[in-house]
Design a protein around this ligand. Sequence first.
Ligand code: SF4
Length: 424
Amino acid sequence: MKGIKKIEIDETLQEDLVHRKELGLYIHIPFCIRKCSYCDFLSAPANDATKKQYIDALVTEILSYQDRTKNYTVPTIFIGGGTPSALDGTYIEIIMETIYNVFTVNHKEIEVTIEVNPGTITREKLLAYQKAGINRLSFGLQSTDNHELQLLGRIHTYEEFARNYSMAREMGFENINIDLMSALPGQTIHSWEDTLKKVIMLSPEHISAYSLIIEEGTAFYSKYGEGATNETELPSEEEDRRMYSITKTFLKEAGYERYEISNYAEKGFECKHNSSYWTGKNYLGLGLGASSLLNGVRFKNVHDIEQYICFLNEYKNQGQGSKNQPGINLPSMDEDILGIRREIERLAIEDRMEEFMFLGLRMCCGIHKKAFYKAFSIDIDHVYGKVLTDLQEKKLIVINEDNIRLTDYGVDISNTVFAEFMME
Ligand code: SF4
């Protein structure tokens, strides 16, 4: 890996890693070629100058953690967006090199994912990703039907995706996710089945399949939102559930295990990064609008790009190096030394218990009773005994000796189940 400092794993470091807390890293790249009709993510087209300024600011943000990370080890990194593949590959190399210099990473075991969109991928970019230690690609495909892709406002055709996918395979990427989306306007059961069949033929290691949600403020909202003229073109709730059930059946027959409500993987290829969100582990979001959960505190970075760049420039111009002198009053990771954290919320024990339940029940393995006890030093039955019995009687959850999980019916109305765990 050119220019990137590799950490040799010796026994001392290996032992040291055991005593550190795990911290997943999320890196946000807020650029896209153009906005998809359904998208409410923090992303927009940008010119080359803005991209450069943003990467400079992002690198400064990463460097601000220098000498503050000694209690943590990073098991997963996820570069998401936006469209990270809309950037030059050298930018991704610079970001990764900075991370490797600042954070402690176990190179033998780390999972490093980058989201890529067909139509923005080249051989040079894929080579740059490999050089930067990226070992997992997540393709935003959504559908194999070109008419549906056009309706969604995607910039690519299925054929373009197929060429990009083959190129990635030929270049040796062995851990690939494909994102799909069902319940699209005008989508039929037949076209969804066709999408699933074509994707299964490609044998990706992981498939994410979400139902479309019409979000306020998107182009789709004015067309298909509540009360809008074209709302009736959306599949009914019953069709949506049928598509979900077909997904489960098709993917199971093809050898994929559903391990989370909307995620399927070949054995051993479950996404470690996203699993850490669902199991309530610490993660640090770097970049515009990125969310973090750090030692029981949730916060988001500022989401105005001009402000973000401005804050980081100010910090850099003040001489960031002098702030982080090793051994001299080092701030902890929990301190907002850049002034870019917003919506800071210290989670009360009740909030943490609620989240533990919602997120844990998304996983097919469910919630382990011992894990609840370990997290809160109290038996789960003491907190949620009555709720659990009621949900079990309604056949929405199954309670075993060790764990609790949703039934198929519980998955169908999961939001109703999750609401039961809210405390007053
Ligand atoms: S590519 Fe993804 S992030 Fe970009 S506009 Fe489309 S859906 Fe949104």
